[in-house]
Design a protein around this ligand. Structure first.
Ligand code: GLY
Ligand code: MN
Ligand code: MN
Length: 441
């Protein structure tokens, strides 16, 4: 087993230094993710909390990081002690010595001492940087320690320290991707694209959605993905109009479209790709018209990405193009301006066009600054994912489009003059798709 954090200690050291510089007068308390029970004594697979991982590269649960810029020991870790009897069942743990040796803290303590050491940690802090509400036990300990620290100040009239959401601060750091992070994103999105291609190749009428799900995920793992970035959506026919359809349980019929929204996680960053294509490999005339409308808008939106642009402007662009398409397809009647002002378009396009992408599929980072949508800057990464969805029961829609759903989603990173499309390997042109579908043998 390769020991220590992925990519080497230096990356995490740099991130901690940057955060320490933003913590003046305060101390950050950042717990790891928690192991969660699925049912009885079965746990969900553990995946480290993104902010905790970002600062440490340490992947064990039951750990806490303390960052205190005013201390001679600014980086402290609390970790599980080694336990041979547990390690037989759960595998290797670093323990106190290993964490100290491989992860670079100034001090390491057993996690069992966290609650008793906490009052000392928060004693002189004017601000506590912490994520409230994710772990009730830690919330309570921290509140109690803050109150204890206030009481120790006697009748000074000084109140408890201020609580500041550390995720917002780390989120702003995570929003701007470093060259190493962009390299990981390239890898995660490349694996993700290969998963979609694999699905296209095997897809045939009569297969079940879960067989396609299995194919996508097999390809992800085969190519070294650590896990999924989120639960795969594999929806055929009208299931494609259900935005978070994850049961993936239906049989696919020859005249249906299939929507796959799936992304591989690699090195703690994820891809997020959606492709939609005909189950039988050939777009019908109606499917083609519907699909082309979304594709044109999606490509226009990508061309619109550049430094200085704004996500709401890209979304507005998508809404305009899709509203025109809705009129063209006979889904709506009226003038673009009025259909947008009355939000009539929302019936067929009920979601946003973009979200930040990185360690979390809906990644950290502010969307507005001082109440204004923020400007795009180089090295920000996000999705472009317009769609069009017509409910099966929509008797106002032309019959040929009822139960049709199309979304096309790519991942982009902002460059000097425009953007790099990280997911370009995944086919989306009609001619390319028709060349791939069902062509595994
Ligand atoms: N896969 C989740 C999303 O596209 O936002
Ligand atoms: Mn997305
Ligand atoms: Mn998606």
């Amino acid at each position: 087993m390769q020991k220590g954090p992925r990519g080497g200690k230096e990356i995490y050291n740099r991130r901690r230094k940057e955060l320490l510089n933003k913590l003046q007068g305060g101390v950050a308390i950042i717990p790891s993710g928690q192991e969660l029970i699925r049912n009885n004594d079965v746990h969900y697979p553990f995946r480290q909390d993104s902010c905790f991982y970002y600062l440490t590269g340490f992947i064990e649960p039951e750990s806490v990081v303390i960052l205190d810029p005013s201390s001679p020991n600014p980086f402290t870790m609390f970790v599980r002690e080694r336990d041979p009897s547990r390690e037989i069942w759960d595998g290797f743990r670093y323990g106190i010595e290993g964490a100290g040796e491989y992860f670079g803290p100034n001090k390491v303590y057993p996690i069992s001492e966290f609650h008793t050491r906490l009052p000392e940690i928060v004693k002189n802090a004017e601000k506590i940087f912490y994520k409230i509400g994710e772990n009730k036990e830690y919330d309570q300990s921290i509140f109690e320690a803050m109150e204890k620290a206030r009481r120790l100040k006697g009748r000074s009239g000084i109140g408890v320290a201020a609580l500041v959401d550390v995720k917002q601060i780390i989120g702003e750091m995570r929003l701007f991707k470093t060259p190493e992070e962009i390299e990981l994103l390239r890898k995660a999105t490349e694996i993700s694209a290969h998963g979609h291609i694999a699905a296209m190749k095997v897809c045939k009428p009569g297969m079940f959605e879960y067989e396609i799900e299995a194919e996508v995920e097999r390809e992800f793992r085969r190519r070294g993905a650590d896990r999924l970035g989120y639960t795969s959506i594999v929806g055929s026919g009208a299931n494609a109009t259900v935005l978070h359809y994850i049961s993936n349980s239906d049989k696919m019929e020859k005249d249906q479209l299939l929507l796959i929204d799936a992304g591989a996680e690699f090195g703690y960053v994820t891809g997020d790709i959606t492709r939609t294509f005909p189950v039988n490999g050939k777009f019908s005339a109606s499917q083609k018209k519907f699909y082309e409308a979304v594709l044109t808008v999606q490509k226009d939106c990508i061309n619109f990405v550049k430094p200085g642009g704004k996500l709401p402007d890209i979304h507005a662009h998508a809404i305009e193009g899709l509203t025109d398409a809705m009129v063209e397809l006979g889904l709506l009647k009226g003038k673009r301006k009025e259909l947008i002002e009355s939000r009539a378009f929302f019936k067929y396009y009920p979601h946003g066009t973009s979200h930040w992408l990185g360690m979390d599929v809906h990644d950290a980072g502010l969307y507005s600054l001082n109440g204004e949508p923020r400007k795009l800057e180089k090295n920000m990464c996000f999705t472009v994912e317009p769609g069009l969805y017509v409910s099966e029961s929509d008797t106002e829609a032309p019959a040929e489009y009822r139960g049709m759903g199309v979304r096309i989603e790519d991942d982009v990173v902002v460059t000097e003059k425009g953007c790099e499309v990280l997911t370009k390997l995944a086919p989306k042109e009609i001619s390319e798709l028709e060349g791939f579908i069902g062509k595994s043998v």
